[in-house]
Design a protein around this ligand. Structure first.
Ligand SMILES: *Cc1c(COP(=O)(O)O)cnc(C)c1O
Length: 471
């Protein structure tokens, strides 16, 4: 048996032979000879181990070449790239959450393509602070005394707990011990920060008396966490923010709230009711509020801490802050986004524009796309009502009425394989499916996306006017 394998292994092409194949030239030019060699070595290693484990019984040299070629082709493609979001989920974490508008992107180009006053005080000619570029704006928008930013909200929560709650007991309701996608869990963050978690109440009901009973001389903080991605309905009770603020003040504790999404303007007029704004939390007496920059705020990935000056000063002294600091591209984008809020130009923020689109306009977009698809392909396409979502762990119980285009997969194609075809297209399209049909939700589709969807569908089958495509 071993001899047999050994003799089969002798059929493996030699590395020199492989590297001399003319098709490898263009890859050797782009990646260098060593990268191509190691790709072949990976494939050969896998074939060898498959053979030894009995998963295959002979060597197909054609397979080694084609597998290596397909890997090298994959490495040649841009990895992080544009995708069309036709899911109707506005703050789609897997698809990059919020898109930035062109005005904001121009500020990013300016701040990152040139030197900047990132940490330089131009008036005094001395070292400045990167946070200073957004601090005033954040205090104006939220009504807080002081503000700072870090890499993301998970970092903001960790930083605040570590800086203010380390070695102390931090009281939190059992109804708020949430897990946010991607392994952010309150108990884990708490442990890592060095704070001692003191859970109170039950999953569905927590009362003021529960907090009172948990107080000890070691208590340092009360934490409230936004139950972002779920809702407890039915027999449910939580303690009002004002009451917790009062308790914290009475007992000389810090009252912190992880608000998650961070709504900074009231979204009620768009049918998104019941979310407190950051300003409302501050006005209710919360000492420290943390939230994300790229969820409902519609900016870049960033974590914001706003609250009382003396507490923010303590956080500024804490060494972890340095490890979570924000890059200049992010700061530029965030500053520009905040300015849109102050200037009342929120319609220039794509996330907010998508959320506030009137149903009539969505219907018109869907009808246009459907007729475009029918005109350019043989597919059955029609505008249909959809249920869209805010996403990003916000408003989990509030569906948004939207519109989409329903496309019937051609004969012999399942909805699943059509979705896969769309995902693997040159401009990948992520859509949804319902009752065997594929749906393109138009709410989250940006200017020009419809045209690209039609191009992709044209390559599927039954293309009309395929002569256009060859151009
Ligand atoms: C989203 C969320 C976080 C994590 O924020 P990131 O900006 O993704 O790091 C933390 N807490 C709550 C309640 C959230 O909703």
């Amino acid at each position: 048996m071993r001899d047999e394998i050994r003799s089969i292994l002798r059929d493996l092409p030699s590395m020199d032979e492989l590297l001399q194949k003319p098709w490898t030239d263009r890859f050797q030019e782009v990646f260098g000879r060593e990268a191509v060699r190691s790709t072949f070595a990976d494939v050969i290693g896998e074939v060898r181990s498959d053979l030894i484990k009995g998963r295959i019984s002979s060597i197909d040299p054609g397979h080694i070449e084609s597998e290596a070629m397909s890997r090298l082709e994959k490495y040649s493609r841009k990895s992080l790239r544009r995708v069309i979001n036709a899911t109707g989920v506005v703050v789609h974490t897997n698809l990059g959450r919020s898109c930035l508008g062109t005005g904001v992107l121009e500020r990013v180009m300016e701040a990152s393509g040139c030197y900047s006053n990132l940490e330089y005080d131009l008036e005094e000619g001395v070292r400045g602070h990167r946070n200073s570029h957004v601090e005033w704006l954040l205090t104006r928008i939220t009504g807080a005394d002081s503000a700072l930013v870090v890499n993301n909200n998970a970092g903001a929560v960790l930083l605040c707990l570590a800086a203010l709650g380390r070695g102390k007991e931090v009281i939190v309701s059992r109804g708020e011990l949430v897990e946010i996608g991607g392994s952010f869990r309150i108990p884990d963050i708490m442990e890592f920060s060095g704070a001692l978690m003191r859970e109170v109440g039950t999953t569905n009901r927590t009362h003021l008396s529960d907090y009172l009973k948990a107080l000890t001389p070691a208590t340092g903080m009360i934490l409230k966490v936004h139950p972002s991605n779920f809702r407890v309905v039915g027999f449910q009770a939580e303690v009002a923010r004002e009451e917790l603020a009062y308790l914290a003040r009475e007992k000389d504790l810090i009252f912190m709230e992880d608000l998650g999404s961070g709504v900074v303007v009231d979204l009620a007029e768009w049918g998104l009711k019941g979310e407190p704004t950051v300003r409302q939390c501050i006005e209710s007496g919360v000492d420290i509020v943390t939230f994300s920059g790229d969820k409902l705020l519609g900016g870049p990935q960033i974590g914001v801490v706003v609250g009382r000056s003396h507490l923010l000063d303590r956080i500024r002294q804490f060494p972890l802050l340095r490890a979570l600091r924000v890059d200049k591209m992010t700061l530029a984008a965030f500053e520009a986004t905040l300015r849109l809020y102050l200037g009342k130009k929120v319609d220039e923020i794509p996330t907010l524009r998508m959320l506030s689109q009137p149903l009539k306009e969505l219907e018109r977009k869907a009808r246009n796309l459907a007729s475009g698809i029918r005109r350019s392909t043989d597919l059955q396409a029609k505008a249909v009502a959809t249920l869209d979502a805010v996403g990003g762990g916000a408003f989990p119980a509030t569906g948004l009425n939207g519109f989409g285009v329903e496309v019937e997969p051609p004969e012999g194609v399942t909805d699943g394989s059509l979705l896969e075809f769309l995902r693997k297209a040159p401009v990948p399209v992520v859509a949804s499916a319902r009752e065997g049909k594929v749906i393109f939700h138009v709410r989250t589709m940006l200017e020009g996306d419809g045209k690209d969807v039609i191009e992709v569908l044209k390559t599927l089958t039954g293309r009309k006017g395929s002569h256009d495509r060859e151009k």
